[in-house]
Ligand binder design. Sequence first.
Ligand SMILES: [Zn+2]
Length: 347
Amino acid sequence: MEEELIQIKNTAVSLILEVSDKKTLEEIKLQFLGRSGKLTLVIKDIAKLPIENRPEVGRLANEVKKAIENTIATQELRIRQLTDRESGLKQKIDVTAPGIKPNIGHLHPMTQVLMDVIDVFKTLGFQVADGPEIETDYYNFEALNIPKYHPARDAQQTLYLDTRKSKVTPGKIILRTQTSSMQGRIMEKTKPPVRVIVPGKNFRYEQVDASHGFEFWQVEGFMVDTNVRLTDLFGTIDYVLRQLMGQGIKLKFAATNFPFVEPGVDTYIECTVCKGQGCSFCKQSGWSEIMPAGMIHPNVLKAVGYDSQKVSGFAFAIGLSRLVTLRYQMDDLRLLTNPDLRILEQF
Ligand SMILES: [Zn+2]
């Protein structure tokens, strides 16, 4: 019976593939799958087989049925396309009718702003580096002067990778919480002077709201050379943000504390959503934190083998997602990851 089934399949398939009209195709369908079709009759006979053979033959019969049905469906489609094309050719074509404009994709606002950021930094002599999103605890924290149990870790709710099935000590591999993790990696391999920016995605276990996401884009950057001073950092931030956001923006600096810089600087830009009046995006303050920075801590320089007596440097991180929302006066960061074309087509 197995042989018979396979033969039925082969005959049916070759017959179907030769057909070029719908009517004949229907006839062949009946001939094999109809109530008294060849395959239907064989399937009925399965009941007469010894009980132990039935499952095997049943399975084969099912496969044969499916193969025939699929071939019919494909052939049906092919015939339909052929007739459509023929009837299309018979219709008169109006060559003066306006064409249908094809939909052309464009760059996501995030990519557009990122390219602008890279352009500005390139004019200042910065190179662009890329780094892994899966990072070690060492480069993400320890090399940046944030040892285990340091309170600064609390501010960066970390997502740890499950390494139980590998040889890695639990807690050693994480999703990077900041692109600053590339500082150590680059400085270890490069002698000063060095100027680099690292754009990339970061991940934190955060409550998502209008101005925070669990994944967000940052552009980390740093510069190390002889005689790099705090005023160089202020000058760089001021120049870069005015190039990106317009000369008329208002900026303010505040002293802050990050373990990998000393002193630490926080840069605020007047909220573009409410023009400083206070809104939910800026938490009613009229200002939005945009570019935390500072002079690189001597411990960080020492950890990568630099002589902190001879060289100094600054580091900063631009919240790219926030920069995009502020540039386009979007009041919610979550719009950036919304796939709704009505939003994306505005950029
Ligand atoms: Zn605001």
